[in-house]
Design a protein around this ligand. Sequence first.
Ligand SMILES: [Zn+2]
Length: 83
Amino acid sequence: MRAVEGDSKSEAELAILIGAVLRVVEMEIEKFFDRIDGKNPPKKKLICATCSEPVAFNVARFCWLNKIRFGENIYCRECQQAV
Ligand SMILES: [Zn+2]
């Protein structure tokens, strides 16, 4: 009897342990993807609203500083002249 009780207990413990391990693995996977996603926001893709060409940061900043003219959009140097 004792041995059976012991076995069922360890089985339950094992299930809890597996559950805990799976949760940790899940968290690590989430953290991993967070890190990948987290890398993108600072290097937000700066793309021209008109021609979809990549825009240099200082060019994008120029647009942000001239929001009255460009609104929320970013334009490359060429397209800025057409706005
Ligand atoms: Zn453009």
